[in-house]
Design a protein around this ligand. Sequence first.
Ligand code: HEM
Length: 453
Amino acid sequence: MFWREAKNGPKGYPLLGVIPQLRANTLGFLDHVAKTYGDLVPMRMFMSTAYLLNHPKHIEHVLQTNYRNYRKTKMMDKFKPILGEGLFISEDELWTRQRKLVQPSFHRQRVEAMGGTMIDVIKDHVAMWDKLAVSGEEFSLSLDMSYLALEVALRTMFGNSLPREEANAISDALHVANEITAKRLWEMTRLGEILPTRENRAYNGAANTLDRIVSRIINERRKADLRQDDLLGVLIDARDADTDEAMSDKQLRDEVLTLLLSGHETTAVALSWAFLLLAQNPAALERMRDEADTVLAGRDPVAEDVRQLEYTKRVVQEVARLKPPIWWVARTAISDDNIAGETIKAGTTVLISQYLIHRNPSVWEDPERFDPDRFEPEQSVRRSKFAYLPFGAGPRVCVASAFATMEMQFLLAMMQRRFDVKITSDLEPELSNLITLRPKYDIMAKVSPRRRH
Ligand code: HEM
C-alpha cells in the first residue's frame, strides 16, 4: 500500500481553524498538509471539519463510486447570479436532464465539426501575431490567450451572428464577473454582496449585460425560427429523449453562460502555461514542431488533423498535469460515509486538489519534471484514472474536455510552427489560486518569425 492515513491534521487557530493559513498561501499550505499528514487529512475550518483527499482511491470513491452521496458545496452559490442553474452548479433531476441534453453537443463528431470554426479563429490570431512579430513589441500572453479562447467560445456558440460591440461587451462583463466572484469565494457571509459598493455595482452591471445580450440572441433565434449550425443552434434543437421537451429560454440562457464562462478562462490559463512550459523545455518544443511540420506540411489544418497531432496532445496533457487550470474541486457529504476507516459525517466537505494529486510522488515519478511521454498509452494504462483529473472525473466530468484539448492542440501547433515565442517575464511566476490556477502576474512575451536551426 502506498498511501498513508492520518488521524491528525494541522492545528490551525482558535475559532478560525486553518482558514488564515489557507488564505495566506493556499497551495503551499495544502501541499504542506498533504506531505505532513498523508492522504486523508482532517482540517478544521470554523466550527466544521473538511477533509483533504490525496489518494486516487479516495478520489474515486467520492467522484465515482459513491458520487450520489456528494454534492457541490454551498460555495457554488456564489456563481449563481451569472450561471443560474447551469450544468456546472445544478444538482439532482435538473442536472441529470440537462447533462443528457448538453452532452451530445460535445461528442467527438460534433467537436470535430466545430474544429473548422476553431481553426478559422486561430488563423485570424496568427495574422495578429504576424503583426506583433514585425513590431517586436512585448505583449501579455495571458490576456492574448484569454481573448483568443473567448473568441473561440463565442464563435462556436453564436457563429458569425454576434456583432463586434456585443462580443466586446460580453468579454468585459465575463472578466468583471470572474474577478469579483473570485474575491467573493473567500467571504464567509453573503452580506457584503448586497451593499451598494462600487464593486457590487460593477458586478450587477456585468450580470445584467450578460443576461441582456444572451437573452436577446435567444429571443431572436426563436422568433425568426432560424436554424443555425452553431452550438446555440444545437442546444436549441436538443430534445429530452423521454419527454421530447426542449430547454426553456431561462435554462438555455443559463447553459449558454455556463459554457462561455467555464470554457474560456480555463482554456486560456492552460494555454499561457503551455507557452511558458514549452519555452522552458526546448526538446519537447522541437518534437512538437516536427510533428506539426509533418502532419500539417505547411498547409492550413483541417479538423481531422487533430488525430495525428499526437505528441501535441501529450504536451497539452502534461501542461494540464503540472498546471491544472481548475486545481481543486469540493463536495459535501449528504449522509454519513466512511472513507478508509474514517467517518465522514453528513454535511462534511471533502476537498480534492488536482494540483496535489498530479504531483503525488507515489503515482508520478519525478513529478516536477515536464515529460509529455508520461501520457504514452503504455504508461497511462498503468495509472489509476483518478490520479489525473484536470477535467474532473466521474459523472460530473467536464463535458467539453475533447473540445478544449482540440483547441489547445491546434493553437499550439499553428503558433509554434510559425513563431519563436520568447517569454519576457519572470520564468517562475508565483501562482494566484482563487478560482483557476493563474500566474499572479500576466505572462509577458515577444514573438518573432520562427528561425529553423
Ligand atoms: C482546459 C480547459 C478546461 C478545464 C481544465 C476544465 C475543467 C473542468 C473540471 C475540473 C470540471 C469538473 C468540476 C467538478 O467536478 O466540480 C469541469 C466541468 C465542466 N466544464 Fe470544463 N474544463 C475546461 C474546458 C471547458 C470548456 C471549453 C467548456 C465548455 C465549452 C467546459 C464546460 C464545463 C461544464 C459545463 C462543466 C460541468 C459539468 C457537469 O457538472 O456536468 N469546460 N470542467
